[in-house]
Design a binder for this molecule. Structure first.
Ligand SMILES: Nc1ncnc2c1ncn2[C@@H]1O[C@H](COP(=O)(O)OP(=O)(O)OP(=O)(O)O)[C@@H](O)[C@H]1O
Ligand SMILES: [Mg+2]
Length: 283
């Protein structure tokens, strides 16, 4: 059987370096790709550069060396180039309070599309669509300062979704959400992915990454290592280098295989519920 066609890289950093003013290098000689349609989890210890990398990918920071390209075209950091980048790549920062600023949810979500100079009808259509995608239509008129943390998170994501980006980058989107809030967010992201949005997420939650992502990128002191998530998160050497723990699902799969069970089992139970279902089949 021939190999499947390689998925094209939509956003590419080549040989990229970055240091904050007067600071040491955060990233050096970094090669990084976001491939269309692949859910990508970005993992690494505190201070390893996840947020910095995401800001480089979305144009908020400019690499001091190397190059950012979208669909093979180098990004220009003038007004036109950055507008083009922002209609392709949208970043949602970790703390929604750093992103929200308008008086109401609807106004906040409409800000990006308005800035693109779209017609009122088009702006309204995008806001309606984004609020529905995040399941916050009922909050449209609510003052942003009265929202709960989870609602503020959803509003911030809606603001990015309203730009209809091809790549949505989320910095620790599940941090601070309760279990139901996390499930709702994953369902929302699944809906966005079905409609063709490529999603990249930074997280410290290896179990979430294993369950959600196609690929994992691990930021280690010797550089970034990217590959299929189940392979990457089973590599104890890489996990140690990135300051991460083994996901429960991988540990459970090792145990089940060591017990020789059961031949037809899906490779890895991805949630406690799936593991419980394996147990219920009568081991
Ligand atoms: N605005 C800034 N000015 C100077 N240094 C910064 C700035 N932002 C981040 N840094 C430094 O850059 C390095 C990478 O930080 P970054 O926020 O990218 O890490 P991270 O992987 O997102 O960490 P965390 O898991 O804690 O969110 C850290 O050493 C940090 O102190
Ligand atoms: Mg960070």
């Amino acid at each position: 059987m021939s190999d499947p066609a390689p998925v094209p890289a939509l956003v590419t950093l080549r040989d990229a370096s970055f240091a904050y003013e007067d600071g040491p290098a955060v990233l050096t000689g970094l090669d990084f790709e976001v491939r269309e349609g692949r859910a990508l989890a970005l993992l690494g210890r505190n201070g390893s550069g996840k947020t910095t990398l995401m800001r480089l990918l979305s144009g908020g920071l400019r690499p001091s060396g190397g190059e950012l390209a979208v669909a093979g075209r180098p990004v220009r950091y003038d007004r036109k180039g950055l507008t083009r980048l922002r209609t392709t790549v949208q970043l949602v920062v970790q703390d929604p309070d750093d992103q929200l600023f308008a008086a109401s949810v609807g106004q906040d979500v409409s800000f990006g599309p308005l800035n693109l100079g779209l017609s009122d009808t088009e702006v309204r259509a995008r806001v309606t669509e984004a609020l529905a995608a995040l399941d916050i239509t009922a909050l449209a008129e609510r003052p942003t300062h009265l929202l709960s943390y989870g609602q503020r998170k959803r509003t911030a994501i809606a603001g990015a979704v309203a730009m209809r980006p091809r790549v949505l980058i989320l910095d620790e989107p599940t941090a601070g959400l309760d279990p139901d809030g996390q499930e709702r967010l994953l369902a929302t992201l699944a809906g966005l992915r079905e409609r063709g949005t490529t999603v990249v997420m930074a997280t410290h939650d290896v179990d979430l990454a294993l369950r959600w992502a196609d690929d994992a990128a691990l930021l280690t002191p010797s550089g970034v290592r990217t590959g299929p998530v189940a392979e990457m998160l089973a590599r104890t050497d890489l996990l140690a280098a990135a300051g991460l723990r083994l996901p429960w699902g991988i540990a459970a799969a090792h145990l089940l295989r060591a017990w020789g069970l059961p031949a037809g089992m899906a490779a890895v139970p991805l949630t406690p519920e799936e593991l419980a279902a394996v147990a219920a089949t009568g081991l």
